[in-house]
Design a binder for this molecule. Structure first.
Ligand code: KG4
Ligand code: ZN
Length: 349
């Protein structure tokens, strides 16, 4: 019989082992997190090699790959953890946002596990996962401001208390990671381009001058498509003159422009909202230049900066387990007829 009184189990004092699944884009990931902090296993199977030849993620291919991989990764994660299914306390899954076909594979797998094991299901917003990745390694205090920078999102989020998210600024066009990937492509670098642009930017002593999109003086919004167009125009103009701009100079100019705007707006938001901490989250949080500059600015402001370790910045399931634990403690479970939500809102995480 399906157990429904999960609150009783949540309050039982037993260790809480959450098995979490993340399949929102091109990583098939399964993790087990103990008591919301200890990562027991964190398995990530990347499809990057499959999508690289197309220069980006092909949604239909991504969902088929998830179907092929999910049971293998689940078995690997359980095997490495040394746990039995009976030790688990809940099944968590990224419910949205993301590619609908990819999300569906995770959601259906999580439902099947939760139903067959008689465990509660906890649906999690992908970006809440990125933000709570910080909770795996840091003590979070509130209110805080989080700069979320990933392949699909660029947002400043005000967190008044644990689990309360309010988007105070967001990109009006491309996400930061998307801009990195497009510029990388124009420079002939492989997908995903962010880490390559980051590396080149560090190697270069010179920067091609590029614009910064500050928008209205009081705005916390971002815009990166003009910058991407400026990069393409600079490359084309040089080519028309029979010249080639050194890719490292372009990478450096692009990265400086992105970082200037991200850092200034994040610091201004943290100040305006009385944040006790500034959090960094999402795949672009792995960017060395961004981490260094934010660290300098936060030190000068006396503002604690929290960022996940590099392996927890890009998509993984441990972050979904960390977020799910917050819901677990509140007895906030998800019904088994839940659907994948490609456009899920962070406020209803
Ligand atoms: O969060 P994530 O793994 O996936 C999404 O939820 O979108 O972020 C992936 C993005 C890609 O656009 C990738 O190029 C970018 O993060 N990225 C980086 C770096 N590492 C990953 N961008 C800049 N610098 C990096 N070091
Ligand atoms: Zn992500």
């Amino acid at each position: 019989m399906l157990e429904t009184n999960f609150e009783v189990r949540a309050a039982s004092g037993r260790p809480c082992y959450i098995l979490a699944i993340e399949t929102s884009c091109d990583e098939t990931a399964v993790a087990i997190v103990k008591d919301g902090r200890e990562v027991i296993v964190n398995e990530v199977s990347s499809q990057i090699d499959t999508h690289r030849k197309f220069g980006g993620v092909v949604p239909e291919v991504a969902s088929r790959k998830h179907v092929e991989t999910i049971t293998v990764i689940l078995e690997e994660a359980m095997g490495k953890s040394g746990l039995e299914f009976g030790d688990l306390s809940a099944i968590a899954v990224t419910q949205g946002p993301g590619l609908v076909g990819s999300l569906l594979v995770g959601v259906v797998s999580a439902k099947a596990l939760a139903f067959s094991l008689g465990l509660p299901l906890i649906g999690v917003h992908h970006i809440a996962g990125h933000i709570f990745a910080n909770r795996l390694v840091h003590e979070l205090v509130y209110p805080s401001v989080c700069l979320v920078v990933s392949g699909g999102h660029t947002e400043l989020v005000y967190c008044e208390a644990e689990g309360s998210f309010r988007i105070i600024g967001l990109t009006r066009d491309d996400a930061a990671g998307e801009a990195y990937d497009k510029v990388a492509r124009a420079l002939g670098l492989p997908y995903p381009g962010g880490p390559h642009v980051d590396r080149l930017a560090h190697e270069s002593g010179e920067a091609v001058p590029l614009p910064r999109a500050w928008l209205e003086p009081d705005s916390y919004d971002f815009s990166f498509s003009g910058l991407k167009s400026a990069v393409l125009a600079a490359l084309n103009q040089a080519r028309m003159k029979g010249q080639e701009l050194p890719p490292a100079h372009v990478a450096r100019g692009f990265q400086e422009s992105v970082i200037d705007v991200l850092v200034e707006k994040a610091i201004r938001a943290a100040r305006a909202y009385g944040a006790k901490q500034l959090l960094l989250a999402g795949g672009v949080a792995a960017n060395r230049g961004l981490r260094e500059r934010l660290a300098e600015r936060c030190a000068a402001e006396g503002l604690p900066l929290l960022a996940p370790p590099l392996a927890l910045c890009t998509d993984n399931a441990a972050m979904i387990g960390a977020a799910a634990y917050v819901k677990w403690r509140q007895g906030h479970f998800t019904p088994l007829d839940v659907k994948a939500e490609p456009l899920m809102k962070l406020e209803t995480w």
